[in-house]
Design a protein around this ligand. Structure first.
Ligand code: SF4
Length: 890
């Protein structure tokens, strides 16, 4: 391959939407750096973005179409998809088929999928995994504003005097925005940051106030704030009178929320609540940003409206430094909303329930029909798959067998569906194993199109790598099926620029200003202009130049009466949400260095070094009550579903609540799919599942033996009762445990790891049955093939040191003995658990720097380079420095 010139593109992970400059060398190695000219990040990247170049190899890629496990060509595969969908539609009607798509889609993919399903198949059974992410924000926006509009911009975070983060672990889930906020706060120390979250997450490190409220009690907190604003004469009554409706009703509901009532509902102290209310009302420039802790709830839409109500009451919207702000989880959740990727929306922010909108879209598409009612939202869609109403299902760029609530039931439904097509970039996922037809898609770096970030900024994702094998763009696959269904003219595009131009043309079609979403300036965009398109914020009407925009500063909204609507949300009593059956409330979410089901981030050793196995955060009081110690294996169960994960005791957790990350699938752990435990309860307005308040049982999982291994080959751990494997430089690392002790532990280790070492291996063994310790290491000459450690207690081996041994020569007896000991000699470095993934700096390196007198994060950075690249680890470095400062002061 010839080397590429540097290409400006966009990170494919979170909704911050950072600009990236990527370059491929002749040997396909990819380097990335932050784009200093991109207005979302100005050159910054987080740990995930910085490691993008390590995810572009072809290991594990799906490269050719497959039918029932055999290689097929595109024509055969697409003919079969067309025939099977056609057959279902003919025999059972258009609502017997469905698409389940993804926030990983580019806007062009979304546009074509939505056009095919809603305009030409005639059903609205297309939903997206963004339903799991921000559907409640969409519903809340539409109730309040009459449109799905994010009013503000990222700059508002920097201009505000108070930034309130509700249900958002910004430091780990939107790291670059967190960096921007931290930098603004450092520049203006009077700025205040409030974190509202049941957990004390890393985001608390920049917060002046952390309110650890009870799960799902946010409506009470913000209804109480509305009542407090009224009682303290902080309502902008003239603006409310002129620009809104429904204030009296909302206030009537809110008045039941006295400070005492809010304290009871939230579990917060009255003084904390008053301090927050005073702080919020005292700063006219205030931003309230919210994310999955608000959206992923059975009362998510009410939470959104309770927040928006407070901004409307004070007219804090649409001006610099103020407004409610929905942080989207995925890179193109916003693009999906714009193109109509949700089952209850049409295209271009038009409404499926509105006959005028339906007629307009049908005429624009020259479509034979148009879906006339909302389709099945994600949870209902998979229920329809389960009960046989859906006969043909096309899943694209997502892994619902892991990420949907009741994931086990969803996987069983997919397995039983008469015809399943899966388009993906990788060859093995928990979903893909049930596909009748597998279609290879282009991955990041190969595909071309646009994405929209949380602040309505449209950016290009550009290809800088050749399409591997026979992989094709998702929009192309959909258009080919559209053509085969007999709609050649409607699906005739030859490039994504033409799709984008049509999307822009629809947005401005008969748009007299009554619709917020308008890309009219790009309706005739030429190929060369699309290729060169710089990031811009919408709206961009025809004849307008790019222009940074806020909405609603003029008091005009998109409701029929052009007024914003207060919503009188009745807070659900928290006791009803956390009823007596709820022994523990399980919160699920992301960790710093992994993304979704790890199909990409799981490929990089660097990103797996920070946290390498699934875990459950438990408050020490709960753990003590249940006889659970740190690093035990614990069993979380709901009904007949269970998971096994590592216990991590933490004061950051509320008693009675647990946290488990969402990322682990069957590809990386034996029993790590946490969404198996989450009931498919949904918000009644948005249909978004309550992924952060599942009811679960918790118990210690008694294990006879615990193990850790490093191996040059991927370990095959079928005989373990618990395992979790991750890539490391030069091979793999694996945690494992056995429920019953084998008669001969060494033979057992040999069986598990010796086979992967090969016949030529030379091994050394340590066995101390009395102390309960067994260890083996196998070599090919000086090269370590694998080392495995087994103990009656969680294994005390330096993980980062052991992983590094896969790339170290072991010529001497002493070096080999150190391997059996599981730690370096006193004279050799052991960096400890990796904190800074970019620079591979461990906790021991940072602690040593702190002991040498580095008392700030910057000083540690100068001494070790930790925290000097993406900065995602700075909060953890600060905590290590603080611990050593306190120790030194004792
Ligand atoms: Fe990518 Fe990180 Fe930027 Fe999100 S914050 S877009 S993950 S670089």
């Amino acid at each position: 391959m010839s080397p590429s010139a540097p290409v400006r593109t966009t990170c494919p992970y979170c909704g911050v939407g950072c600009g990236v400059i990527a370059q491929a060398s002749a040997d396909s190695a990819v380097t990335v750096r932050g784009d200093p000219a991109h207005p979302a990040n100005f050159g910054r990247l987080c740990s995930k973005g910085s490691a993008l170049g390590e995810t572009t190899d072809l290991d594990g890629r799906l490269l050719y179409p497959e039918i029932s496990g055999r290689r097929a060509d595109w024509d055969e595969a697409l003919d079969l998809v067309t025939a099977k969908f056609g057959e279902a539609i003919r025999e059972h009607g258009p609502n017997s088929v469905a698409f389940y798509v993804s926030g990983q889609f580019l806007t062009e993919d979304y546009y074509v999928a939505n056009k095919l399903m809603k305009g030409f198949i005639g059903s609205a059974n297309i939903d997206t995994n963004s339903r799991l992410c921000m559907a409640s924000s969409v519903a809340g926006h539409r109730r309040a504003f009459g449109s799905d509009t994010v009013p503000g911009t990222y700059e508002d975070f920097e201009l505000a005097d108070t930034v309130v983060l509700v249900g958002s672990n910004l430091a780990w889930c939107h790291p670059v925005l967190n960096q921007r906020l931290a930098a603004a706060k450092a520049e203006r120390p009077r700025m205040r940051v409030v974190l509202i979250d049941p957990r004390r997450t890393r985001t608390a490190d920049i917060a002046d106030l952390h309110l650890a409220l009870a799960p799902d009690s946010d409506v009470a907190l913000f209804a109480g704030l509305l009542a407090w604003l009224d009682a303290h004469d902080r309502v902008d009554r003239a603006w409310v009178l002129q620009h809104t409706t429904g204030f009296a009703e909302a206030l009537h509901e809110a008045r039941t929320w006295t400070i005492a009532a809010v304290a009871t509902a939230t579990g917060l102290r009255e003084s904390e609540i008053e301090a927050f209310y005073r702080l919020w009302s005292g700063s006219r420039k205030s931003v309230t940003a919210y994310s999955q802790g608000v959206n992923q709830s059975a009362v998510g839409t009410d939470k959104v409206n309770a927040i928006i109500n407070c901004h409307l009451a004070t007219a804090r919207i649409g001006r610099p430094g103020m407004g409610p702000f929905s942080l989207t989880g995925q890179p193109n959740a916003m693009g999906g909303r714009e193109a109509g990727g949700l089952a209850n929306m049409l295209a271009a922010h038009m409404e499926i329930e509105n006959p005028e909108h339906r007629d307009r879209v049908r005429r624009f598409w020259n479509a034979p029909r148009i879906a006339d009612k909302p389709g099945l939202k994600a949870v209902d869609l998979f229920r329809a798959v389960a009960d046989g109403r859906i006969k043909a299902l096309w899943i694209m760029a997502t892994n619902p067998a892991v990420s949907m609530p009741e994931a086990g039931a969803v996987e069983a439904a997919i397995a039983a569906c008469p015809f399943v097509v899966v388009s993906d970039v990788v060859s093995e996922t928990d979903t893909l194993r049930h596909a009748h037809v597998k279609l290879p898609s282009l991955a990041w770096g190969e595909k071309d199109g646009t994405v929209t970030n949380s602040e309505r900024r449209v950016s290009r994702q550009r290809a800088f790598l050749p399409a591997p094998g026979e992989a094709k763009a998702d929009w192309w696959q959909l258009a080919q099926v559209g053509r085969r269904m007999g709609f050649a003219d409607a699906f005739a595009w030859t490039d994504p620029a033409a799709v984008f131009a049509e999307h822009a043309a629809l947005s401005t079609f008969e748009n007299d200003g009554a619709r917020d979403f308008d890309l009219g300036a790009y309706a005739d965009i030429a190929l060369a202009d699309y290729a060169a398109l710089a990031p811009f914020q919408w709206p961009q009407k025809a004849g307008q130049k790019p222009n940074e925009t806020r909405f609603f500063g003029d008091g005009e909204f998109y409701t029929p009466d052009r007024r914003a609507h207060f919503v009188a949300a009745k807070p659900t009593p928290v006791a009803a949400l956390a009823g007596p059956a709820r022994r523990f409330i399980l919160n699920t979410g992301r960790i710093r260095d992994h993304w979704h089901t790890m199909t990409r981030t799981g490929k990089t050793a660097r990103l797996s070094a920070h946290i390498a196995e699934p875990f459950c955060e438990i408050h020490p009081a709960d753990a003590g009550r249940l006889g659970i110690a740190d690093a035990d294996i614990v069993r979380l169960s709901a009904g007949r579903s269970f998971i096994l994960v590592r216990a991590q005791l933490s004061q950051s957790q509320r008693p009675g609540s647990l946290f488990v990350p969402m990322h682990w699938s069957d590809q990386h752990a034996s029993h790590g799919r946490v969404d198996r435990l989450v009931a498919a309860d949904t918000d009644p307005v948005s249909g978004q599942p309550a992924l952060k308040a599942a009811s679960v049982e918790l118990a210690r999982a008694p294990m006879a033996l615990y193990g850790f291994a490093v191996s040059a080959q991927m370990p095959l751990p079928e005989k373990c009762d618990y395992w979790a494997r991750a890539m490391t430089d030069g091979g793999w690392r694996m945690e494992f445990a056995l429920a019953s002790a084998p008669v001969d532990p060494v033979a057992s280790l040999r069986a598990m790891f010796g086979e992967t070492a090969g016949a030529a291996a030379e091994s050394i063994v340590y066995a101390d049955a009395k102390a309960g310790n067994w260890r083996i290491a196998a070599f090919d000459g000086p090269r370590l093939l694998g080392a495995a450690y087994l103990s009656t207690r969680p294994v005390a081996v330096s993980r980062s040191w052991a992983c590094a041994q896969l790339q170290t020569g072991h010529e001497t007896v002493a070096a080999r003995n150190r391997l059996l000991a599981g730690r370096p000699g006193a004279d050799l470095p052991d960096k400890g658990a990796i904190v800074c993934a970019c620079m591979s700096i461990g906790v021991n390196d940072i602690a040593a720097a702190a002991r040498r007198g580095c008392h700030t994060v910057d000083a540690v950075g100068l001494a070790t380079s930790a925290g000097t690249n993406c900065g995602s680890c700075r909060a953890e470095i600060a905590e290590i420095v603080e611990v050593h400062r306190l120790i030194a002061a004792e």
